[in-house]
Design a protein around this ligand. Sequence first.
Ligand SMILES: [Zn+2]
Length: 174
Amino acid sequence: VTNERPTPDAANPPREVFSSRLREFLDKVLEGESPNYGSFCSFCYNPLPADYTRCDHCGQSTARAPLTSVPEDVLEMHRRKLKRESVVVNSFAYLGLALGLALFLVMVAINVLYMQKALWFFLFATFVFLVGSRILAGIIGGVIGDEIGYRYANKHLAEDWASHVSQRETARGQ
Ligand SMILES: [Zn+2]
């Protein structure tokens, strides 16, 4: 078997381990919307349209025959990646809610200590809490958490992927 795989450029790794087509496909399989069946690059599992003789994600030719399904290991990798992303995003969203709650408690304390428990200020604080905690959860979870979760999950996916490929190629070489 000739290995035409280009040497990976360690200084400039690809931003995504899986191609966007593969990610869409894995999402559908995990959600039960698609059977795990098709034609996939035997190097990176990118789903390949029938007339392709070269993978448009990793550049390998189809000389090494495409696979008809994605290995269970790869589905599991994708599942773990989604899980990691959502754990980080949710944690940051809760942090946003907690900050909203802290803001509310500070306003209530100010009300009790300095404003003779003014009803209008309590209602204002409640409004700030309801709106502010949503906004804070959205910004901290949806923007900051999303970016950190993306990096964190992709870093682990890249490690999972490296060990998968090394095991796979070792098995092939035997
Ligand atoms: Zn490929």
